[in-house]
Design a protein around this ligand. Structure first.
Ligand SMILES: Cc1cc2nc3c(=O)[nH]c(=O)nc-3n(C[C@H](O)[C@H](O)[C@H](O)COP(=O)(O)OP(=O)(O)OC[C@H]3O[C@@H](n4cnc5c(N)ncnc54)[C@H](O)[C@@H]3O)c2cc1C
Length: 381
């Protein structure tokens, strides 16, 4: 039976970063991925992910974000590839909205460079944006996009270069703790390890039954549209955005990597699912209609023909904060999940945190917001 220091299950966004951090530290690590590396059936495909500092979700994320940026830049240097493209970011909503108000609060609290832009000023500066009062935009020059699949590949290549073993098309089927370690059973064999890290994304609640109700997968849809005025949607002219409006909360990107201006709606049609393998991956007219109506109203110069659509998966927690913690019954097993549609930008630092936990059982990063027990306490209260 092959023996490892650490086995990481799921080589997606978080797992790829974790194997890279562990391998760099000289830890003997095996990464197991049930599908191809990369693939388009989880949560880390679709070419681009927003990264931003003025974090409206909770100011406690900002210190982690500073470290995430540092680690993305270090990875870029290591693989000699541009992974983080600075476009600036806009958090848009009414003055009292969580998106605008929360971003402003985080920007002030952490002394981040920012500007508040009214619709007219916003249009003069970024003509793709066709907003009306009372919407306001918080502009942050450090916002940008991450080349999602390339980030994952960069982490995997780094891990391999540092001696990690990585197996695609090999699914975890079960594990057992035995005195001095863990025995892991997969679709291809059996392995031993001292520690096990589960970064299984939307599949986590199926591997750890205690996570049922805490980690809920949800179907999402992304669209790429051909702008009527392409110049307004280029990387140097169009910051990434989050926008809370009466139709819901949406986010979007300039033209990048494939043709089209990309956008999507948070919690698209609120379709919770149990088994990610049975997700409806087709995109339907009702998926398209909701996204096109948004673009027509707020980005009239972007409202050209549809070019592409794809589905993807969120894994939501009840409070939208992550879960990064030890397994409730086994201190040698660590779980990272429930990234609630905003985790990708953190992959680099979550990989560092999980490597710390797998090596030492603790981390210097403040991850108290992410304890799994917060939900048990809620149930008991
Ligand atoms: C449409 C969309 C837009 C998003 N936009 C943003 C954004 O702009 N900014 C941002 O920061 N975040 C964003 N997110 C969220 C972010 O992409 C996710 O939080 C992140 O990708 C989650 O990574 P993960 O590693 O947990 O999941 P994944 O990357 O899906 O990795 C989990 C992996 O585990 C594997 N696996 C599962 N079970 C097993 C098993 N038994 N054996 C072996 N392997 C297994 C899966 O196949 C998968 O590859 C978005 C998500 C979606 C869906």
């Amino acid at each position: 039976m092959e023996a490892y220091d650490v086995i990481v299950v799921g080589v997606g966004g978080m797992g790829s970063a974790t194997v890279a951090h562990l391998a760099r530290r000289g830890v003997l690590v095996l990464g197991l991925e049930q599908y191809d590396i990369p693939h388009d059936r989880g949560s880390s495909h679709g070419l681009s992910r927003i990264i931003r500092l003025a974090y409206f979700e909770h100011p406690a994320y900002v210190p982690l974000l500073h470290r995430a940026y540092e680690l993305w830049w270090a990875l870029e240097r290591e693989v000699q590839e541009r992974l983080l493209i600075m476009t600036g970011s806009l958090d848009i909503g009414t003055a009292d909205s969580t998106v605008f108000g929360g971003a402003l609060k985080a920007a002030r609290l952490h002394h981040l460079v920012h500007e508040v832009l009214e619709p007219e000023a916003l249009r003069r500066r970024f003509p793709g944006y066709g907003l009306q009062a009372p919407l306001l935009g918080l502009y942050q020059p450090q916002g940008g996009l991450l080349a999602a699949e390339r980030c994952l590949v960069a982490h995997v290549n780094t891990a391999l270069r540092h001696g990690a073993h990585i197996h695609g098309r090999e699914a975890l089927q079960g594990w057992e703790s035995r005195g001095d370690g863990i025995v892991v059973r997969t679709s291809r064999g059996t392995y031993r390890a001292q520690r096990l890290v589960l970064t299984a994304g939307a599949w986590t609640h199926r591997l750890v039954t205690q996570c049922k109700g805490m980690l809920q997968p949800e179907r999402q849809v992304m669209i790429w549209m051909q702008p009527r005025v392409p110049a307004h949607f280029q990387i140097d002219a169009f910051p990434v955005f989050n926008m809370a409006v009466e139709e819901g909360t949406f986010y979007g990107f300039p033209i990048y990597s494939i043709p089209g201006f990309k956008c999507a709606r948070w919690h698209h049609l609120e379709q919770a699912i149990d088994d990610p393998a049975r997700l409806d991956r087709d995109c339907h007219p009702e998926d398209e209609a909701i996204l096109r109506a948004f673009v027509r109203r707020y980005f009239p110069d972007g409202d050209g023909p549809t070019l592409s659509m794809h589905t993807c998966l969120f894994t939501n927690t009840p409070d939208t904060h992550f879960v990064i913690d030890a397994h409730p019954d086994d201190p040698n097993v660590f779980i990272a999940g429930g990234f609630s549609g905003h985790g990708f930008k953190f992959c680099s630092v979550v990989g560092e945190i999980l490597a710390d936990l797998a090596q030492d059982g603790s981390t210097r990063h403040d991850i108290s917001l992410f304890r799994a027990t917060r939900f048990h306490q809620e149930v008991r209260a």
